[in-house]
Design a protein around this ligand. Structure first.
Ligand SMILES: [Zn+2]
Length: 104
């Protein structure tokens, strides 16, 4: 199960929890407060699940983006030969605001 399917499943579970709370628990006076709590939880699960399904946190997984300045080597051709890349400090890892990203 990839993360898109997990997100969609979570969104579905959240929607079911919300609807069950709304139509079956809310009309019962003694379950009024718990049903409100469950509806809230359902909405949160639905929101997080659909956000994961859309892939909003994709760049959290891509921690190994190559530095575009040195092409991931950590070294550049300077005046006195090879120098440490000023962009990534020699790590070769790109920053989250790098424009050049590998195809995902
Ligand atoms: Zn670099």
């Amino acid at each position: 199960m990839d993360r898109t399917a997990r997100g969609a499943a979570a969104a579905l579970v959240g929607a079911i929890v919300f609807l069950v709370s709304l139509f079956f628990l809310l009309p019962v006076p003694i379950l009024y407060v718990p049903s409100l709590l469950l509806m809230f939880i359902g909405v949160v699960i639905f929101g997080v699940g659909s956000a994961v399904a859309k892939g909003f946190d994709k760049n959290l997984d891509e921690v190994t983006i190559q530095c575009y300045f040195c092409k991931g080597s950590g070294r550049i051709d300077g005046i006195n030969g090879k120098e440490v890349c000023p962009r990534c400090g020699g790590s070769g890892v790109g920053r989250s605001d790098d424009v050049a990203k590998p195809p995902s």
